[in-house]
Design a protein around this ligand. Sequence first.
Ligand code: XMP
Length: 510
Amino acid sequence: MDSVLVIDFGGQYSQLIARRVRELRVFSELIPYDTSIEEIKRKNPKGLIFSGSPYSIASGGNEMPVIDKKFLSLGIPILGICYGMQLMARLCGGDIVRTGSNEYGKTEINLDLSSPLFDGLKIKESCLMSHRDSVGKVPEGFKAIASTPNLPIAGMEHPGKKLFGIQFHPEVMHTPSGMDILRNFLFDICGCSPNWTMVSIIESETEKTKETVGKGEVICGLSGGVDSSVAALLVHRAVGDRLTCIFVDHGLLRKDEAKQVIETFKKNLKMNLIHIDAKDRFLKRLKGIIDPEEKRKIIGEEFIRIFEEEALKIKNADYLVQGTLYSDVIESGTGTAAKIKSHHNVGGLPEDMKLKLIEPLRLLFKDEIRKLGIELGLSDEIVWRQPFPGPGLAIRIIGDITLEKIKILQDADEIVIEEIKRAGLYRKIWQSFAILPSIKSVGVMGDERTYAYPIAIRAFSSVDAMTADWVRLPYDVLERMSSRIINEVDGVNRVVYDISSKPPSTIEWE
Ligand code: XMP
């Protein structure tokens, strides 16, 4: 399978570049800039893309991410974007200057159409610029291929070495011809074939799992959501009945969720399933814990301990399948991405874990996993289920977790989901749920003073959970949720709506 890797210097659009490449059916992943050249060679990419970065080459500094010049001599085409172009210029002996006139936003650009990068485009296009530094003089062997009124060198090319740089961002919507530029790079310049399809992923993951597992036994942590169901289906294709799914009820699920998951599973997925009721065990360990990272670590560890115990009972299964996805991996901290939170199934794993992990979805985004689920014949009910985090309500009860709070939150959450479904919004919205902040406020019900919990409602749209925008829910939907929650859920006297997007907030409150 052809691939083009994105060398990540920490730019805000790095992942989007990888997504765009994948949309053109060429496999791509983010590679931290300090990855060794041997590792890159091992991955055998057909091209590289250097991402942007928050750092400035003109200002220098020790923290500035740089790579060895040898990267430019791998013999494969490279496209540098923004900082990536400047770094390429610097490594080849060009000049980087702080222009003084910053360019941010939509800008008209003149293109040299003789460059294969701009094949089929117009002489004038519009693009998104976001930079302070720029290339002042192209290095030897390069020529300028794009300019704006403020910027004489907005693009450059070394024709013989197939090295290209563009100061603007082709990966964003504000550059309408951006996908054409990427298409030219991938297919005409790198010579890739668009062979990264759902069918090819299914085939390669099945083969890989068969090879890894051999004749061994496998268990799978199944939550009932789309990720773990797709992961289970994929592995089931490879090992058949040697796979046993384990559904753990940690007592922090949504109302009646355990029953629903088991029914749906039995109806849709013909695989071995064990249901573990571990409510007491989890709640005992979480008693009095208020730190979000500690909650996640405890939950991650308890899950693994249960899986290990079950693995011993199943003729010593050695492998554990998890539905970890790419956004979990990135947000739990990679070489270049900062750690935001330890997703329970990535950063929350105990160090002494005995089971070996199989994570067939580790490099996929949620929308790609849904497409894979459809290809594998998974029912709409599972494919379109809104995501629910592994630590469940533990990270939606802010502060310490008690049975009383769990019951309040489950009841409120059920109303939120019912009303979202009633308004026909369930599939259109990425996630919608209730949060219980552990504070109390004063209210009046009848003639009585109340002193009770508020419930926060969160509903937002997203493509991959890496960024999210709060949904402008109709007032009547909000009003129905508010009045039903206050009237029907004991212990609540106030409802608020969370109107923060990600970034700067995260989706879950903890
Ligand atoms: P955040 O809060 O990081 O959430 O913006 C991004 C997406 O990930 C889900 N999430 C998790 N899923 N284990 C999971 O399986 C976790 O520890 C976890 N934390 C957050 C969250 O619901 C959202 O969809």
